[in-house]
Design a protein around this ligand. Sequence first.
Ligand code: UDP
Length: 447
Amino acid sequence: MEEKAAKRVVLVPVPAQGHLTAMMQLGKALYLKGFSITVAQTEFNHLSPSDDFPDFSAVTILGGLSETEFKNLGPVEFLIKLNVVCEESFKGCLGQLLQQHGNDVACVIYDEIMYFAEAAAMDFNLPSVIFSTMSATSFLCRSLMGRLNDNPLLDPLEEPGEEDKLIPELYPLRYKDLPTSAFAPLESSLKLYMKARDKRSASLVIINTSSCLESSSLEWMRQDLQAPIYPIGPLHMAASASFSLLEEGRSCIEWLNKQAESSVIYISLGSLAWMEHKDMVEMAWGLANSKQPFLWVIRPGSVPNPESLSEELNGIVSERGHIVKWAPQKEVLSHSAVGGFWSHCGWNSTVESISEGVPMICRPFSGDQKVTARYLERVWRIGIQLEGEELKRGDVERAVRMLMADEEGVMMKKRALCLKEKIEASARSGGSSHNSLNEFADFINAL
Ligand code: UDP
């Protein structure tokens, strides 16, 4: 008897490290459940066959945008344009896939920001599913900000002083914690959120979070969207899949092996955030004065002239610190020498840290990172947020000492370990995220 072909899902990721990481983990999780996977990639990310994704196939959505346009437009305007230019080409890709695989193509799963995919899927009567690679709370914020008329969230953002106030409905968020972008004016972010909200008619939403982290935001999302929401994260626990656009420097693991238990603060700003030279100098002095060993990821382009630290400071840094261009982050966070994580609070970094029970110093840079930093400090209480336009060495030193050496840091570590247990339980057989992923797989099988 001829064997029945597996159902195929088409994934449409945003071409950026954080989004791709989560989408590829989702692909791996679904592959392990027996589905065939096609990744529809733009010209800005190229999937190369690896041990982690052996049978994935890929199609390229041609949009005709160049790297120069990405640089000139900035990420937000670029994404708006990408959504315009990719729609027709993606329809072509879907048409070909349907010719090739017929009814085996079950659905399109797209990153909430790649909303062009929804229109294309609709053209072929294919069900579509939104995948949110960020937190439920920031999804909710973006969705509320994307309401067209009579939007009470927006006025205070423009008023000096008002932005420090708490948003009563979204306690403990303040107006300034809303996911506005450091890369674009407010109007551009709103345009993106409005379009994403406007186009939305997907059958359901899956999200890379766990109900043990964000139950009330998830409930509000359900009411706001009037659609089923499946919290299936953190996905790196369901399917470890390594997907890195940069080469990982493994020297740091050897260095960590020589450090005392829980003594090292790990510092990384993720794949897009950057800092000014003066902030880097203050940070380096603060770290040096804290006397704590540190592992610092200085990604090319994330600081101007990293080699221009003074000789004196360079000496101290090399004595107590280790610098790499890109680290195997999950392995670093699970290393027994790591006691704290200085992060820009990208969602992947945050869930990776929580699932290893590592408390954080939060220095958000843009967008949803501000929402997450506030949650880390005020809701989960496993983070210290460093606020203020400029970084000061005294504040850096105090925050590092507090996290790594004070009673407050010990309490944070305890809470972080408690959250780690909860999140592990949600990912285990019978846990909420585990069940949601199974229910989602049943949904695809029933299509
Ligand atoms: N990452 C890594 N090595 C590094 C820094 C980051 O592997 O040196 C990974 C990290 O584990 C995470 C992703 O890059 O999975 C960054 O995603 P996140 O959502 O935290 O931030 P973004 O890059 O989207 O701002």
